[in-house]
Unconditional design. Structure first.
Length: 396
């Protein structure tokens, strides 16, 4: 189990000599708020970084004027951060590539970048969603499209983009299956992870490391659904007790899906689980919470004026594939689906969630039978000395 606080410092150290070989180059694909924020952190940490954008105007504003024309208002981007619409140029020579695009676009972008990557590149997804149509986690999409020549993983956790871009302290989870000590590429993964940890610390971002990409991504995807339900509760005026109950139900959903998919419960206690859930469900800055607040109002719409759906609204539909595959019912996801599909009003769906479903509790552990009492024999044939323990073993 990893140390949840390892390397976390509210006052990041000043730049100094590198204990690990610095990363020579990185690329971030996706110039939305989150992708731009990650690129800023990498650049400020001393990693020369290129940001790939779809639109020429966005790339030019970032590259030439150090600002984003649509996202992160009032934040000056670090000098030296490059931006381009040429994907091949962005990833040329990159040791680390991060895909910071919506889950619906991840497969297409991975397919485009696959022939451009050199063997051994570490490719991370920064998306917190589940693919429509397949129910695949984003690392599963990367594995399918990029093959075995690269190392895939995820990065996520409680992080509003403007705070990361502004250099405020943030704790994220870096999940890489190759961090398994007996993985054939363990040394390569560890080298990149240690260098990235060291360099991001200079930009106020601390990393906790895990090999459990399942738990890290399930936490990131389901917390969005829980935030939608919490937003509905806020709009309905149900109070803080109800919000706590929704979070409790949601954590149980996370636990059951993580275990079903082969992940570890311990991962949910890290930044990508409880940490991300706390931030997203407790703040109206979250798109998912704001969506829930709209849904909780009479005649509330699922999409804002620009028509863009949050990741939670997409994943709450996609996760049904996993529910059917593993024989689960995710209670929070079901409640949000009922409201999105207009089968139930928000108030009624939340009442079902909180009161009508049977409590989801862990099965009691069976107590082993008590061994029968053995009375010592008295007489010439009795053995009064205790049996010798095997050398080197202790039963203390």
């Amino acid at each position: 189990m990893f140390d949840l606080t390892e390397g976390f410092d509210l006052n990041p150290p000043a730049p100094g000599p590198h204990a690990h070989t610095p990363l020579a180059c990185a690329a971030v694909l996706g110039a939305g708020a989150w992708g731009t924020a990650l690129a800023c952190a990498l650049q400020r940490g001393g990693v020369p970084t290129w940001l790939w954008a779809r639109r020429q105007a966005v790339a030019e504003a970032i590259h030439s004027c150090n600002h984003h024309p649509h996202c992160l208002p009032g934040i000056a981007l670090p000098s030296g951060l490059g931006a381009t619409t040429d994907m091949a140029h962005a990833v040329h020579g990159a040791q680390l590539v991060i895909l910071a695009v919506p889950s619906a676009a991840t497969r297409d972008i991975a397919r485009q970048v696959a022939p451009l990557l050199k063997p051994g590149t570490v490719v991370l997804t920064a998306s917190k969603g589940i693919e429509q149509g397949s129910g695949a986690l984003m690392t599963q999409v990367l594995d399918a499209e990029l093959g075995q020549a690269v190392l895939t993983g995820s990065i996520g956790g409680p992080s509003f983009a403007d705070e990361v871009a502004g250099g405020k302290s943030t704790l994220l989870t870096l999940a890489l299956p190759a961090l398994e000590r007996f993985h054939p590429r363990y040394k390569d993964a560890r080298r990149v992870a240690d260098s990235l940890t060291q360099q991001l610390a200079l930009a106020g971002v601390s990393l906790e490391l895990t090999r459990d990409v399942v738990g890290a991504q399930v936490g990131g995807a389901l917390k969005n659904m829980i935030a939608i339900a919490c937003g509905m509760a806020t709009a309905q005026g149900l109070g803080e007790n109800a919000r706590a109950g929704i979070i409790t139900r949601g954590l149980d959903d996370m636990r059951r899906l993580t275990l079903a998919m082969g992940g570890r419960i311990e991962t949910l206690f890290g930044s990508s689980g409880i940490g991300d859930l706390f931030l997203t469900a407790a703040s109206e800055q979250s798109r998912n919470t704001r969506l829930g607040m709209r849904l909780g109002q009479p005649g509330g719409a699922a999409a804002p004026d620009d028509g863009a759906l949050s990741e939670g609204a997409v994943s709450v539909i996609s996760v049904q594939i996993l529910e059917r595959k593993y024989g689960l019912r995710l209670n929070v996801a079901a409640a949000v689906r009922d409201v999105l599909a207009q089968r139930l009003p928000a108030g009624q769906a939340l009442q079902h969630l909180l009161h009508d479903n049977a409590p989801a509790v862990l099965s009691p552990v069976a107590r082993p039978p008590r061994p029968a009492t053995v009375r010592p024999r008295i007489g010439r044939d009795s053995e009064t000395r205790p049996a010798l323990q095997p050398r080197g073993l202790s039963y203390a």
